[in-house]
Design a protein around this ligand. Structure first.
Ligand SMILES: NC(=O)c1ccc[n+]([C@@H]2O[C@H](COP(=O)([O-])OP(=O)(O)OC[C@H]3O[C@@H](n4cnc5c(N)ncnc54)[C@H](OP(=O)(O)O)[C@@H]3O)[C@@H](O)[C@H]2O)c1
Length: 235
């Protein structure tokens, strides 16, 4: 078994790497980082540097790695040093909007484009993309965060579209969008103060929830937008 985790250096990604090594005791895990080379070492773990904004780098990977049983994309961006998510339209900045698309939406489309053949198998395979509930249009009652929300909504539409195309081409592949819930990472840290008690998960809890969802999903579930508690999220 081979598992590829894109963004394995992130707060949630690293916990997914650890849980996969524990849970799938015979699996080889390949994980990517961009800026930070993680310290985690394991005989069945290999780290690769990958910048997901560089299509040529993504394109080279499938030839090198061969078939993949589970592909998880845990890359994402909510804020930078210069930009917090917008509270009002006056704060809208074109470059920040593009950056959100480049990190939250486009990489998962490129991964699907280049790993299509790697995920084609007689056995069940999984393509799991980390999204966010704030990307749900129906659920949007608060407004704000226009760049992040838009990029996750674009991601959701793209992955839903890919799941429909793959029902024919890759009938054994289960494509899922996963909402991790607010998880204690650098991405959410500036926004944790006013959370109701009990609503902040550790990355370990989030990773365990994701593995439970994978274990309980089949290609029949392909195209779903699923929350950490297993419930489906409205589009
Ligand atoms: N945390 C939450 O509360 C929460 C809630 C809802 C949804 N999510 C979603 O869950 C996912 C993971 O979030 P997180 O909290 O784990 O975030 P995080 O700790 O900030 O991790 C972000 C990851 O993205 C990688 N990354 C950034 N730029 C990259 C690039 N150009 N190329 C390749 N990798 C790049 C980082 O790699 P390096 O560190 O190596 O640069 C890191 O692995 C995201 O999609 C996020 O939107 C999170």
């Amino acid at each position: 078994m081979k598992i590829l985790i894109i963004g394995g250096s992130g707060g949630i990604g690293l916990s997914i790497v650890e849980k996969c090594l524990q849970h799938y005791s015979a699996a080889n895990v390949i994980a990517t980082y961009n800026s930070t080379s993680p310290e985690l070492e394991h005989p069945r773990l290999r780290w690769i540097r990958l910048d997901v904004t560089h299509e040529e780098s993504i394109k080279k990977l499938p030839d090198e790695l061969g078939s993949i049983d589970i592909l998880i994309n845990a890359v994402g961006l909510l804020h930078t040093i210069d930009h917090k998510p917008e509270k009002s339209i006056k704060q809208f900045d074109v470059d920040f909007y593009k950056l959100n698309l480049h990190l939250n939406a486009i990489p998962s489309i490129l991964l699907a484009k280049h790993f299509e053949m790697s995920l084609r198998s007689k056995n069940n395979t999984y393509y799991i993309v980390l999204s966010a509930k704030v990307g749900s249009i129906s659920d949007n009652e608060l407004g704000g965060w226009i760049s992040y929300r838009s990029s996750k909504a674009a991601l959701n539409m793209a992955i839903k579209t890919i799941s429909i195309e793959w029902k024919q081409k890759l009938p054994n592949c289960c494509v899922l969008l996963f909402h991790p819930g607010t998880t204690d990472t650098q991405l959410s840290s500036p926004f944790q103060a006013r959370l109701p008690e009990g609503q902040l998960h550790s990355p370990e809890v989030t990773a365990t929830a994701l593995l439970n969802i994978i274990n309980n999903s089949t290609p029949h579930d392909s195209g779903k937008f699923i929350s950490f508690d297993g419930s489906e999220i409205v589009w």
